[in-house]
Design a protein around this ligand. Structure first.
Ligand code: AMO
Length: 418
């Protein structure tokens, strides 16, 4: 907390509470870079008796002094210290220097995550993450959506049975929610347009750079829109947020050294069949109906470049609630950035008899979905929406190649602490 009387002007008195990022000692002067509220402030100590306080990296301090404006300091000013107190001294030598040019392994950094988060790049990444969440909300509020929170302890699967975390709910079996899917669909009955930003839990035995056991999903669901109109909303949302970041947060982007993303006028939209045809011509033989594998998406994503949609997937590759287009294809889409899937969505079935058929198609029992099927008999509107991976989007925006870098305390197959 910087308290500057009369603002940041040369000669004004200021007080700082913060923690020490670095200490640079010279013969007649000590420079401290202190983080106060995620911003760097340079403190200059010239008085001998203050210099001998033994202030180290990571200590929390209070200081008072006079502001001097200068181009040499971060943010254009430094504080010439007249009094300084250590409020908390590190008790141990840290396992790594948060200012080191060479990074320790991600595993070691995650073991000491709270300390690792003090690295300037991390402070920038997670400040940006917070801003981005704010921009998502801004977008949805401006489009008249209602923000909702749906239960995370649930009784039935939504994305298929395999990837659930079971738990005991008093004397019953329950699960952690894989997605707000069924609730957000039901909520279109009353609210027409809803969105939620919350955790999704996936017990996927995958050890990739893009999968977590607990991820943050931005889910939107809207009544009365068709597949292409839903893609329009998703595309508009992504563009809004990226433009906002480049308008407002250039400093954070620079500190992260993130690549600047080109936004085309329109994200290209390919049907699944068009992609399969391209794979057959350029990569290897692939049958209609087979899922696209990582190597296919790498090749196709490399060919297209940035953002693009793959739409109208075979029904058999999509969950039970997706609306069939015909016997083989569906009204569905994935939003991709190169080879990374950022979002999937589509139109949904709103007829109860068809929904029962959908459940049976994937081997789920309509009995288990009794409470979800109920509202469908009372005038469920046609609706659709998407789930968008916030952590994956952060990977794209920051240019990191491991999803764990953009999550405060990642959860994966091997990590449950801290
Ligand atoms: P899906 O399962 O494709 O769709 O998830 C939507 C988006 O969430 C992100 N995501 C993940 N991110 C990190 N780790 C994971 N394990 C993980 N799983 C998913 C991805 C993905 O594109 N109910 C549908 C959405 C809908 O139709 O509205 C669903 O959950 O970015």
């Amino acid at each position: 907390m910087l308290i500057a009387r009369n603002g940041i002007v040369d000669g004004a008195e200021a007080e700082v509470f913060g923690w020490v990022l670095s200490v640079r000692e010279q013969k007649t002067v000590v420079f401290l870079i202190v983080y106060e509220n995620r911003r760097q402030v340079q403190l200059v100590i010239k008085e001998r008796k203050l210099m001998s306080r033994g202030i180290k990296q990571n200590a929390s301090i209070w200081a008072r002094g006079t502001i001097r404006t200068t181009d040499r300091a971060p943010n254009g000013f430094e504080i010439h210290v007249s009094s300084i107190k250590v409020l908390s001294r590190p008790k141990k030598l840290p396992p790594f220097n948060i200012m080191a040019a060479e990074l320790p392994s991600l595993d070691l950094r995650l073991d000491y995550r709270a300390l690792d988060l003090r690295r300037p790049k991390n402070i920038a990444i997670f400040t940006l993450r917070s801003k981005i969440l704010q921009y998502f909300r801004e977008y949805f509020v401006s489009k008249d959506f209602v923000e909702v929170q749906t239960p995370k302890i649930i009784a039935t699967a939504s994305e298929g049975g395999a990837a659930l975390f079971p738990l005991m709910y008093y004397d019953k079996q329950a699960f952690l929610a894989q997605s707000p899917q069924l609730y957000k669909e039901e909520l279109t009955m009353a609210f027409e347009r809803v969105f939620e930003i919350g955790p999704i839990f996936r017990a996927e035995p995958s050890r990739t750079l893009k999968h977590l056991s607990e991820a943050i999903s931005l889910d939107a669901e809207m009544a009365y829109l068709n597949n292409d109109e839903i893609m329009d909303v998703l595309e508009d949302m992504v563009k809004y947020v990226i433009r906002r970041v480049y308008e407002r947060d250039r400093d954070l982007i620079e500190r992260i050294r993130a690549p600047v993303i080109d936004l085309p006028d329109r994200f290209p939209r390919y049907t699944y069949s068009e992609v399969v045809k391209w794979i057959n011509e350029n990569v290897e033989e692939l049958q209609e109906g087979e899922d696209l594998q990582a190597k296919h998406l790498e090749a196709f994503g490399g060919h297209v470049g940035g953002f693009y949609f793959i739409k109208e997937w075979p029904l058999k590759l999509k969950p039970f609630y997706i609306k069939p287009k015909d016997d083989f294809y569906s009204y569905s889409f994935d939003l991709m950035y190169r080879d990374t899937e950022l979002s999937s969505g589509g139109e949904r079935i709103h007829d109860p008899a068809m929904l029962r058929k959908g459940l049976k198609r994937v081997g789920l029992s309509p009995k288990g979905f009794k409470y979800h099927l109920l509202p469908y008999y009372y005038g469920m509107p046609p609706h659709g929406g998407f789930g968008f991976g916030v952590d994956r989007f952060m990977m794209v925006i920051t240019g990191v190649d491991n999803i764990r870098e953009v999550v405060l305390y990642p959860r994966d197959m091997r990590r449950l602490v801290p």
